[in-house]
Design a protein around this ligand. Structure first.
Ligand SMILES: [Zn+2]
Length: 146
């Protein structure tokens, strides 16, 4: 770890883990404004995608795309936003955010200026169960496909 700064993603996740293996995990952020907002987090503390070997880069993107597909199939969002910044937490992770025309910030970034009040609610247990099951299926499918 650089500069002896603690890294939040190297700690046990405070978020609900929807799926994980020894390479990466998918967490549900339980964001009140974006209830199906997921994040794919590499387990190892690696700063940049290009610090990974090509097969590892491909592997994490397969997981990211499986999350995207899952969220599209379940929630039918207007748009999926994918983001990888890591300026504050330089540990490879991908934000996968389903966006809707009536969400709080649309068409701005969800980190941008709010356009309207929030009218969403957190996912209920049934929705989380559906999400977990579909993720398990689609991630397994993505990782076994050649
Ligand atoms: Zn880390």
């Amino acid at each position: 770890m650089n500069n002896n700064q603690p890294c939040a993603l190297c700690e046990p996740s405070p978020h609900e883990i929807l799926w994980q293996d020894d390479f990466c995990r998918i967490v549900l952020l339980n964001d009140a404004d974006y209830p199906a907002y997921c994040r794919v987090e590499l387990i190892a503390h690696v700063k940049e995608m290009t610090d990974l070997a090509p097969p590892q880069r491909a592997r994490i993107m397969k997981v990211v795309f499986a999350v995207e597909t899952t969220l599209r199939e379940i929630f039918n969002p207007t748009k999926i936003n994918l983001a990888s910044l890591g300026n504050k937490t330089p540990h490879v992770h991908w934000h996968v955010i389903p966006r809707f025309e009536n969400d709080q910030h649309f068409p701005n970034s969800h980190w941008g200026e709010a356009m309207r009040d929030n009218h969403t609610t957190l996912l209920d247990e049934n929705s989380k169960k559906t999400l977990k099951e579909k993720l398990a299926t689609l991630v397994a499918c993505a990782l076994t496909a050649s």
